[in-house]
Design a protein around this ligand. Sequence first.
Ligand SMILES: [Zn+2]
Length: 195
Amino acid sequence: MAKGNEFREGLEELAFHYEKILSLLGEDPSREGLEKTPMRVAKAMQVLTRGYTQDPHKVLTDALFEEKYNQMVIVKDIDFFSMCEHHMLPFYGKAHVAYIPNGKITGLSKVARVIDIFSHRLQVQERLTEQIKDCIQDTLCPLGVMVVLEAKHMCMQMRGVEKQNAITTTSSFSGAFNQAKTREEFMTLLHGKNI
Ligand SMILES: [Zn+2]
């Protein structure tokens, strides 16, 4: 967790409101176990939404390298954790990214950073997928990019809306990935299944 000085403005006010929320939920915020909870939750929520203060485009533009390599680059099984904007409950899973460079590549860890920044905002899985794709497309200008997210949504699982363990898959692609053959190559390299 971030250090004290890394928290944003409004922390105290956030804690104040979480204390009210505890009361409204039928709890006694003054009992020992909950005494520090409002501030803990306020801090946790600031961490989980820290992506609002970070610039994913800059992460990539700061780490661009000229490179002639023009075969598919794949970064798969990137863990991500986000919160759905409808219930503010977590959804989490794996992200897989492929792109075909057009003279520029980036550090593989930077792709994970971009996912981390967008996922630390309130999201819907579909938009998260698009934003990751657009960010890579806009900064690296590759011949194509494809993003696949597989996630479990606690708002479905904990509330019993859908079958437990249901996995939601979303994908978004551009350029060369408009060709089914290119998508298939990616999916085969991922886990031998078609989308
Ligand atoms: Zn939800």
